[in-house]
Design a binder for this molecule. Sequence first.
Ligand SMILES: [Zn+2]
Length: 569
Amino acid sequence: MVDLIVKGGFVYDPLNGVDGERMDISISGSKVVEDLRERDAKVVDASGMTVMPGGVDVHSHIAGSKINIGRLLRPEDHRKDVVPRTRVTRGGVGYSCPSTFVAGYRYAQMGYTSVMEAAMPPLGARHVHEELNDTPIFDKAAFTLFGNNHFVLKYVKEGDMGRLKAFIAWLLRATRGYAVKIVNPGGVENWKWGRNVGGLDDLVYNFEVSPRQIITSLARANEELGLPHTIHLHCNNLGIPGNYETTIDTMDAVKGVKPKDGRETNIHVVHVQFNALDGDSWMNVRSGASKIAKYVNANPHVTLDLGQAIFTDTTTMTGDGPWQFRLWNITGNKWVNSDVEMEAGAGVVPYTFKMNNPANVIQWAIGLELALHIYDPWRVYMTTDHPNGGPFTWYPTVISWLMSRKARTDIMLEMNKAVMRRTTLANVYREYTFGEIATVTRAATAKALGLEEKGHLGPGADGDVSVYAIDPTTWRPSMYRDIEKAFAKAAYTIKGGDIVVKNGEIAAAPQGKTYWVDAKVPEKADAEMMKDVEAEFRNYYTVSLNNYPVEDAYLPAQQVLSVDGRRGW
Ligand SMILES: [Zn+2]
C-alpha cells in the first residue's frame, strides 16, 4: 500500500471543526497522519473539489435472511438492473435488492466506506456474517434483534436487570453483533398469535409486559453496559396514521434513563418518516413531522434517521411482521412472512411510491421536513432505510433536495397542491450546507455509533476519504443537478488507504472489517444467566443453543470493541 496525499481540496471535517478549508489529507498505511512529504507519497489531486470523510450509513439492510428473501421474491427487480463484470469487479444484479458484490461497489461509488446492517436475527447471524464477508470494500457491523426475544421478555417481566444485561452481553458476543436493535417491541411477539400491540401500554401475551417496559429496560441496560451505540429502535405502530404520538411517547419514555458517561443521548429512533403520520386514517392523513421536530429540538437525548421515501419501485422488508401483513392487505402485492424461533420475525412486500398517491406524497415530504425542521444536524441522519423508503443509490438525490430549495420546488410542482398543504414543506426555506451534509452522512453517524476512527479526518482516523468533483465555492443551490451527479459518482473513494474508486468507477475491491461489541459482565452474573438460558432452550426451543455462537471463521476481518459493563453492577 502506497502512502497518499489528497491535495488541495475543500475539506469538510465537522468533527474537527473544518468547514471547507483548502488543505491536504495525508494517509500512511491505512490511517490518516499529520503530514507526509510529497516525494514519499502518491498525490491525489483534489483541487477544486469537495473532500469529506468516507460516508457512514447508520441504517441499511444489505445482508441476511430478510434481504435474501427479497432477492428470491423479486426476479423482476433484478432483470431491469443487470450489472456485468469488469476487470476489477464481479457481476451481479442491482436495484432494490442488490447482490452482495453490487451493494459493496455501489456504496463505494457514492463515497460510502462504512455501512450498518440494521437487523440481525440471532439464529440468522451466521448467514448475515457470510453475506457481509461477501460484500466488498466497506466496513460494517450488524445490529442484533432484541425487542421480542424470549429472554428479554422474561427478564423484563421478572424485573431482573442483572440477567437482562448479562443476556445482552452474551447475545451480542454470540452473534458478533454491534448494537441493541428493537423492532415493534411486543408487537412481533403478539404477531405469533395473529395480533399486534397498539401503543406503549398494551400487553404482550403470556408475559404481561408492555412495550414501555421493554424499551425502558433495554435502554437502561444498554447505557449501564456502556455500549458504544444507544438502543436502535423501530417504534410501535409503524405506518399507521396518527402514529406520531406513539413516536413522541416513546422518545419521552426513556427521557429519565441516564446516558452512559460521555454521551448525552440514550435512544436512536429509526426511519421516522414511517412513524410521523398525523390524522386518523389514510383518507385524512397529514404530516406530523413538525411536532416530532419540535420534541427533538427540545430534548437532547434523542437521535433519529429519516427513512426518506423515494418515488420508485422498491421492496419493503422489516422485522415488523404484523406491519408487513397490513401492507400486504393494503397493496395485494406479493408477501412473505418469516418467524424466527422465539426471538424475531420479518415480512417482505414489494412496494411502489407514486407521486399521484396522496399518502406517498406526504411520506416524501415528512422525511425532508424532519431533516429541515430539526435544527441540530448532529441528531438527524440521512437514510432511506434501504430498501424500504427506496434504494440507497438515491442518496445523491436526497442530498440535492436537502441542499436546494429549487430542487424541492421543481419536484413539488408535479404534485397535488392540496396534498402538499397537508405538509409544511412548501414553506421551508432552509438549505443544507456542505458541512451539514458531511455531518448527517458521516460525522454525526460515526459519533452516534461510537466508531471513533470513522467520520473524521484527524490523525489516527481510518484512511477513508471521499472526493467529489464539485467546487463548493462556486456552487449555487440552483445547480442541484450538479450536486446529484457529483455525489452519485465520487471522483475518488479511498478506503483504508486504498484508492477503491476513481472517476466513479471501481478501481479495487478489498475486504472491509466487521465490528462487533464484547461487553464484559461479572463472571457470576454470566454463569447464572447461562444456566437459565440453557434450561429454557432444552424446554422450549426447537434448536440447540450451540447453533448460536458464531465462530471466528465467519469473521475473517473482525474488529472487536471491548467495553466494561461491570461498573454499573
Ligand atoms: Zn430498517
